[in-house]
Design a protein. Structure first.
Length: 389
C-alpha cells in the first residue's frame, strides 16, 4: 500500500514547527514534508526579527546543502563525456598536479612527501582527495600549521562560507595549490573542500561558470527558478543570525553577502534556495534521475562510498550514524538506513528516504552552534516519519 501523509501527522508536524519559532529560538522557518504526491509546508515566523512574515517561497542560505547539487551536476557532466570519474584531474586542474603531502597532518609545512598518485574526480566527490576539515584539527590546543596557512588565504574552506572574501576561481585554485595535502589521495575522508574544488573542475570542463553549469544542467531542467548563488530580490531572503550569550545577533543581512553575484561560486556552500526547489531536486533523485541523470548515476550518488575505517576514523564529529556517498551523507544503520541528504550550517537540512518516498526539508536562518544540527531539524524529521500512514 502506498504511504500518504495523515491529517493527524500533518497537525503534529505543524505543532513541532511552531514550537521552535520565537525571537529567542528561531525567528522564522519553512518546513516541508512530501510523501508521493502529498506535500505539506509550514511557513512560520519572520524573515527578520520584527520584520516581514516568512512565506512558502522565502529564500534561505542553504550552505552545505549545496553539496548534493554540485555532486549531481558533476555526474551530469560525466554523462556528457566532459571528464570521467577516475581520470586524473590534472587536465582540468593543472594546479593540483604533482601534489605534496604532509608527513604528519599537524606537522610543519616543510615536512612533506610526494603524493602516491594523482587526484581523481571520484576523490573530490567522495571527499577523499586529501584535504579538508577533520575533527582532530578542532580539538588541537593550537592551530595546525596547515590550518593557520589556509586561514591566511581567501579560501573560506575550513570555516563558514564567505562569498564576499573569495576571489575568482583561478585565483582561488592558485591559492589553494600553495598548500600541501593532509593525506594521500584516497586515503582519508575530509569534510567540505572537495566540493569547492569540484566546482572549479565543473566550470572548466564545461567552459563556463559554475553558476551556468548548475543553471543549465540542474535548475532549468527541474524548474528550480529560485536557486542560485545570490538573491536578485533580497527582500525575500531571511536575515541570518548566530547565537551569542546575550541572544541572537545578525550574522548576514538580506542586503549582505548573498545580495550580489560572487566572484567564486562555491560548490560546497554557496547557494540560496527555497523548500519547493529542494523538493524538485529530491524528486529527480527519487524518480531515477529524469530529466537530469541516469538511474546508474543516481545509484552511485546515493550509496555508501567509504570504507569502514574511513567512517570510524575520519567521520566522527561529522558523520555519526551515517557515511558518505557523492557530496552527501547516507544513513547506514537503524530504521532509516538508505536515506540520504545533507545539512547546511547556516540553518538548513534536507533528507530524502526512498523507502518511504519521503522528503523533509527544513530551512531556518539560525546558524548551527556545532556540527550536530539543532533539535528543530531532528524533531521535524521525526515528526515527518510519524506523519506517514
Amino acid at each position: 500500500m502506498t504511504e500518504r501523509l495523515t491529517d493527524e501527522g500533518i497537525a503534529g508536524f505543524a505543532e513541532v514547527a511552531a514550537s521552535h519559532v520565537g525571537v529567542d529560538k528561531i525567528p522564522g522557518l519553512v518546513a516541508l514534508i512530501a510523501c508521493g504526491d502529498d506535500v505539506h509546508v509550514e511557513a512560520r515566523g519572520a524573515l527578520t526579527i520584527d520584520g516581514p512574515s516568512v512565506q512558502r517561497d522565502s529564500l534561505y542560505r542553504i550552505a552545505s546543502t549545496t553539496k548534493p547539487v554540485t555532486g549531481a551536476a558533476a555526474l551530469a557532466l560525466v554523462e556528457e563525456g566532459l571528464f570521467s570519474l577516475d581520470e586524473p584531474v590534472d587536465r582540468l586542474l593543472p594546479e593540483l598536479a604533482e601534489r605534496r603531502v604532509l608527513r604528519h597532518m599537524d606537522g610543519p609545512l616543510n615536512d612533506m612527501v610526494p603524493a602516491d598518485r594523482p587526484i581523481t574526480a571520484r576523490d573530490l566527490l567522495t571527499f577523499t582527495f586529501g584535504f579538508g576539515m577533520t575533527a582532530a584539527m578542532f580539538g588541537s590546543p593550537g592551530p595546525w600549521p596547515v590550518v593557520a596557512a589556509a586561514t591566511e588565504l581567501p579560501l573560506s574552506t575550513l570555516g563558514p562560507p564567505s562569498p564576499a572574501d573569495q576571489p575568482d576561481p583561478d585565483q582561488w585554485m592558485e591559492a589553494f595549490a600553495s598548500l600541501p595535502l593532509l593525506a594521500q589521495p584516497g586515503e582519508r575522508w575530509f569534510y567540505n573542500t572537495g566540493a569547492s574544488v569540484l566546482g572549479v573542475l565543473l566550470a572548466r570542463a564545461a567552459g563556463s561558470s559554475l553558476a551556468d553549469v548548475l543553471r543549465t544542467r540542474i535548475f532549468e531542467p527541474l524548474g528550480m527558478r529560485d536557486t542560485g548563488f545570490w538573491a536578485s530580490d533580497h527582500r525575500r531572503l531571511a536575515t541570518a543570525y548566530r547565537s551569542t550569550p546575550v541572544g541572537l545577533q545578525v550574522w548576514d543581512e538580506p542586503a549582505g553577502q548573498w545580495s550580489r553575484p560572487p566572484a567564486f561560486g562555491d560548490g560546497a556552500a554557496g547557494l540560496i534556495s527555497t523548500a519547493d526547489d529542494l523538493l524538485a531536486f529530491a524528486r529527480m533523485l527519487l524518480r531515477g534521475g529524469v530529466p537530469v541523470l541516469s538511474a546508474d548515476s543516481v545509484k552511485e550518488m546515493t550509496r555508501d562510498q567509504l570504507t569502514p575505517e574511513q567512517r570510524e576514523r575520519d567521520g566522527k564529529g561529522f558523520l555519526d550514524g551515517r557515511s558518505w556517498a557523492f557530496c552527501q551523507s547516507v544513513v547506514t544503520e537503524g530504521p532509516h538506513a538508505g536515506a540520504y541528504g545533507w545539512d547546511g550550517g547556516l540553518g538548513s537540512s534536507w533528507l530524502v528516504d526512498p523507502a518511504h518516498d519521503l522528503v523533509v526539508t527544513v530551512l531556518t536562518q539560525r546558524l548551527f552552534d556545532s556540527p550536530t544540527p539543532p533539535a528543530v531539524h531532528s524533531d521535524l524529521q521525526a515528526a515527518a516519519y510519524s506523519a506517514l500512514s
